[in-house]
Design a protein. Structure first.
Length: 250
């Protein structure tokens, strides 16, 4: 449980996140009734200064391929509601938090292809260095303000370096988990032998210890670029398929 005094540390960040979410084309305050989906999945992708341009382009392409992979689409359509809600944001420094593709119902191959096309067409926006905590807070706010209601709410963070700047990571994680969300992670451990977490600890250990949270949370490590796409596909399948029991009719 997050102590009441620590919540004061998050107030300014929450206000900032709320302001950032008011980007052009966002939904009005009075949203329509939420649509039931199996999962609300917020993809929080590292676009910080540690990601070189060629790595960034490769990363975008891999996400597009993973989301349209036949195995992923089959899992998406096999759930109780036959669809999931997906959005993708890119993060950098504490104030560089950017919606790239807004919340989209994916319930078959065509919506997945449309999402991938929108992702590949979007410009790079994130700058600065590795505020994983503010990215988590952003995703929490974005999930809570969308028009969907999922059995599970998942924040999916990928990154090639540890937390730096913004609100305390422990606080951001705790608030999201208290709100009923699961935080999973993908540690990109292939840049120059892998970047590290606090005190030089291995990045994967940092993500396990400090980042992931909630029921069934997990982190995967990618040790070479060749593994990235397969790891993304595996992670998406695990996140989408790990549903609670379907509610029984009275």
């Amino acid at each position: 449980m997050i102590h009441a005094r620590t919540r004061r540390l998050a107030r300014s960040t929450v206000l900032l996140i709320s302001a950032l979410l008011l980007f052009p084309g966002s939904a009005p305050a009075q949203a329509p009734e939420r649509r039931a989906v199996d999962v609300e999945l917020c993809l929080a992708v590292d676009g910080s200064g540690s990601i070189e341009d060629d790595e960034f382009a490769f990363q975008r392409q891999a996400y597009a391929q993973a989301l349209t992979d036949a195995k992923v689409v089959d899992i998406v359509t096999s759930g109780f509601n036959g669809g999931i809600a997906v959005a993708l944001m890119e993060w950098g420094g504490p104030t560089s938090l950017h919606p790239i593709v807004d919340w989209t119902l994916i319930d078959g191959p065509q919506p997945a292809a449309d999402f991938a096309e929108a992702l590949l067409a979007a410009p790079r926006k994130a700058t600065g260095w590795n505020s994983i905590s503010n990215a988590i807070a952003f995703c929490q706010q974005w999930i809570e303000s969308n028009d969907f209601e999922g059995f599970r709410k998942v924040i999916d963070v990928s990154g090639d370096a540890g937390q730096f700047g913004g609100m305390p990571l422990e606080l951001a994680r705790g608030l999201a988990v208290e709100a009923g969300m699961v935080i999973n992670a993908l540690a990109l451990n292939y840049r120059s032998g892998g970047m590290t977490g606090p005190g030089g600890m291995p990045l994967s250990e940092h993500f396990y210890r400090d980042l992931i949270g909630g029921p069934g949370a997990f982190a995967l490590t990618v040790d070479s670029e060749d593994e990235f796409l397969d790891a993304l596909i595996r992670k998406l399948i695990l996140e989408i398929a790990s549903l609670p029991e379907t509610p029984q009719a009275n």
